[in-house]
Design a protein around this ligand. Structure first.
Ligand SMILES: Nc1ncnc2c1ncn2[C@@H]1O[C@H](COP(=O)(O)OP(=O)(O)OP(=O)(O)O)[C@@H](O)[C@H]1O
Length: 335
């Protein structure tokens, strides 16, 4: 496959509703998401220049920084927290399903500073994935009220592609398969699209291979996976590793990880968590959705939020997850 030719991908009907983790924030027009043809020639994943450098050797220091923030009360909504800058501020966010106008988000409030790790938990159907998708501009939803500001920019005025350029990355619960497109070509195109947007020279296949090669180790992935079609025939765990590989290649100021732990065996969970941790710096942050304490034992959150019926109803520390594990959601409402 050439690297510069305009390219369209046929997505099977089974994958057209859940968009590709990378394609999700790449398309210039949100309506294209529902199309079964994905214009890869328009893909673009630009992000801040700092993300273009290899993160694999920048080992995490943010966890120790985050650890000092142990209670929700310590959060403020000013532009900075000590030396930390405000990354994301969501206020009274309401959103409906675009087609049916059913309200799913009913006033979400969340403040994330750089270097923080936030976990969102909540019963099935409480709105966690919807919140994540609304943040990246998924066209299945319409925002009906409130605000979302990321690095000082109004997300509501930004196309999904521009949100990606600004440094938002989302890994989806069910990563899409893209038949006929190899992983390495896909990643190379997405990476180059970002570089173009940043006015940087594109990397040819050989240079890109050199760039990506060390990152395979990070997610414990064999090189064969680069030549396989994107997610095609990948096991659940391999898909999740591939998501993190995409994150390692493209980088993000804020990574939104939707149930990155689902379907992972214990070793894979450890690998994926290790990879995520290695990508953390005191400047970026993670918003992860999970049902289980076990992920939070590997990627230690600064805050845990509980979502219920489209709102964050509780914020606290790791004890929330411990109570949930032991007593279920009843334990939380009693606490
Ligand atoms: N595109 C959509 N079309 C129809 N209903 C939707 C759509 N998106 C979300 N919903 C509904 O909105 C509610 C919240 O869904 P969401 O996926 O956000 O929940 P969740 O908290 O992530 O759940 P889970 O823990 O099961 O992943 C659910 O009842 C779901 O069926």
């Amino acid at each position: 496959m050439g690297y510069s030719m305009p390219l369209h991908l046929n997505l099977s009907s089974s994958t057209s509703t859940i968009i590709s983790p990378m394609a999700a924030t790449l398309l210039p027009h949100p309506h294209s998401f529902s199309s079964s043809r994905l214009p890869l020639s328009h893909l673009s994943f630009p992000a801040s220049a700092s993300l273009l450098t290899s993160r694999s050797n920048r080992h995490r220091s943010s966890l120790s920084v985050s650890a000092s923030l142990s209670t929700a009360e310590s959060q403020t909504t000013s532009g900075s927290y000590g030396d930390k800058k405000l990354l994301l501020e969501v206020k009274d966010l309401t959103a409906v399903i675009a087609e049916s106008k059913q309200e799913i988000l009913k006033g979400v409030n969340l403040t994330v500073y750089e270097g923080e790790i936030h976990a969102v938990m909540g019963k099935n159907g409480s709105g966690k994935s919807t919140f994540a998708k609304v943040l990246v501009g998924h066209p299945d939803y319409e925002v009906t009220g409130g605000s979302m500001v990321f690095k000082g920019e109004n997300l509501l005025e930004m196309e999904p592609e521009d949100r990606s350029v600004a440094g938002l990355f989302m890994s989806f619960q069910s990563p899409v398969e893209i038949p006929g497109v190899s992983n390495i070509d896909f990643l190379n195109m997405a990476y180059n699209a970002r570089r173009r947007k940043l006015g940087l020279p594109e990397l040819g296949p050989i240079e890109f291979y050199a760039y990506i090669f060390p990152k395979l180790d990070l997610v414990n992935m064999k090189t064969d996976f680069l030549n396989r079609n994107v997610n095609e025939g990948f096991s659940g765990g391999e898909k999740k590793r591939n998501e993190i590989l995409q994150l390692a290649v493209l980088g993000a100021d804020m990574s939104i990880l939707d149930e990155i732990d689902s379907g992972l065996d214990v070793d894979a969970l450890r690998d994926v968590a290790k990879a995520v941790n290695s990508l953390l710096t005191p400047k970026n942050s993670v918003l992860m959705i999970t049902h289980y304490l076990r992920l939070l034992e590997f990627i230690k959150p600064s805050y845990i939020h509980v979502m219920e019926d489209g709102k964050i109803v509780k914020t606290g520390d790791i004890n929330i997850a411990k109570i949930l594990e032991k007593e279920g959601y009843k334990g939380i409402s009693d606490a």
